[in-house]
Design a protein around this ligand. Structure first.
Ligand SMILES: [Zn+2]
Length: 437
């Protein structure tokens, strides 16, 4: 971005998301500078911010004050070293703690509820500084994908309807927010027409929705420069399908409702962690940090005082790497996002098959249509599909064979044809709906 564009961003960003505050543009500039920092400087920043957050959490938040491990925490060493001496914070801990998780800033904070799909909802409070940081990080991530704040963009949303005023404001800022497809059968065509007419620089949305939009269609003539996916795992074969349909490179970003803007793909296709905002860790079953192999992802928010999350277990499995990226950024790389912990099926002895495995193994299915594996107990699996029953028989037999060969012949497997694969409460359609751990 040149100097004039950076000036424009200073004004433009707060208009795009007034809730994130006027500081967004300035924060964005800071992030454009720190993205060129050497690793040591990022380490220093993380250590300093973590030390502050820990001290404030113990001082201000009953949960951390009353939990001996935090008050007595040894704050020597790097951010990673400090963190690994602390307990892992689980969703259930937060639910049990209730208001004891809240800091003094929460009165003016913004509250959001998360997770209808995975049990009881979680309330998360984010203060102004955190929202500013997350929004600025989002736009830095988009800049890596070649998207600038004033570029025309179409955003496909699964749920929720913006107000008329909200949509008008976004239109003036050259953003089109369209709803995904459940209500109107011709909505798909309308969205494709809209894209053809306004020729946006970028299209963004959930993987499921964008695949729906792309299915059997060629939208590549619309001149889209970038497709941005979020909210769900993007498997390799889906990426290829989207790239072909939209005729543009596909970038994914990683965030969650609890903490936004976790990681973004750079020009080299590597997902860089927003190290200025969070510490992301991957740990094995014993809680030991792991690099370059799959681990449970833990995140620590370095900004939020309204509801500090320290070593919060995201429920995702991912591979973190310290290898430097060819793009020159020293931010940690989330090399692979293997999937939600729940996006796997398992047997009684704990062996698992992940969604990634299935997505890779069954990328060439022709007849089963859409597929979803549902597991409610460890001895059985149900396969839902929406293709033609007679045509799908052979492919279903392969799938059953594959599952049994890995999880045991005694696994009960039932295939059920449905008219449509059910959506989750958040409007997603995961390949696997597994059991809770
Ligand atoms: Zn990179």
């Amino acid at each position: 971005m040149n100097a004039a564009e950076q000036m424009l961003a200073l004004i433009y960003l707060p208009l795009l998301n007034w809730r994130a505050g006027w500081g967004t543009g300035r924060r964005f500039h800071e992030l454009l500078r720190s993205e060129r920092w050497p690793r040591e400087r990022l380490d220093d920043l993380q250590r300093a911010k973590l030390s502050d957050r820990l001290a404030a959490a113990v001082r201000e938040v009953p949960y951390y004050r009353n939990h001996g491990a935090y008050a007595a925490a040894d704050r020597a060493g790097s951010a990673g070293e400090i963190l690994r001496r602390l307990p892992i914070l689980r969703r259930s801990d937060i639910q049990r703690a209730g208001r004891d998780m809240l800091g003094p800033g929460h009165v003016r904070a913004q509250r959001s509820r998360t997770g209808g799909t995975t049990g009881a909802p979680l309330e998360v409070w984010r203060d102004a500084a955190t929202r500013t940081m997350a929004e600025a990080a989002l736009w830095r991530g988009k800049s890596w994908a070649g998207i600038r704040p004033w570029d025309k963009a179409v955003s496909v949303r699964g749920m929720g309807k913006a107000s008329v005023l909200g949509r008008l404001r976004m239109r003036l800022l050259r953003k089109w927010v369209v709803e995904a497809f459940q209500p109107a059968p011709d909505q798909r065509r309308r969205i494709r027409d809209l894209i053809g007419r306004i020729r946006p620089v970028s299209v963004e949305g959930y993987v499921t929705d964008l695949l729906d939009l792309a299915r059997g269609q060629d939208i590549s003539a619309a001149g889209i420069r970038t497709v941005l996916t979020t909210g769900e795992m993007l498997y390799a074969h889906q990426k290829t399908e989207l790239e072909q349909a939209f005729g543009a490179p596909v970038h994914s970003y990683y965030g969650c409702n609890e903490i936004a803007a976790l990681a973004f793909e750079c020009e080299r296709g590597m997902r860089h962690v927003t190290d200025e905002h969070v510490v992301l860790e991957a740990v094995n079953a014993d809680g030991e940090p792991v690099w370059d192999e799959p681990g449970r992802l833990l995140v620590t928010d370095l900004d939020n005082r309204a509801m500090p999350l320290i070593r919060y277990e995201l429920g995702d499995i991912g591979v973190l790497s310290r290898e430097p990226c060819a793009c020159g950024r020293a931010h940690r790389v989330l090399k692979e996002l293997v999937g939600r912990q729940q996006e796997s099926i398992r047997n009684e002895t704990g062996e698992r098959l992940s969604a990634t495995f299935f997505a890779g193994r069954f990328r060439n299915l022709r007849h089963v249509g859409r597929l979803q594996l549902v597991q409610e107990d460890v001895r059985s699996v149900e396969i839902l599909y929406d293709g033609d029953e007679a045509d799908a028989a052979l492919e279903l037999r392969d799938i059953v064979h594959e599952i049994r060969s890995r999880l045991g012949e005694e696994m009960k497997i039932r295939a059920t044809r449905v008219d449509a694969i059910p959506l989750t409460a958040r409007g997603k359609r995961p390949l696997i709906r597994g059991m809770k751990d």
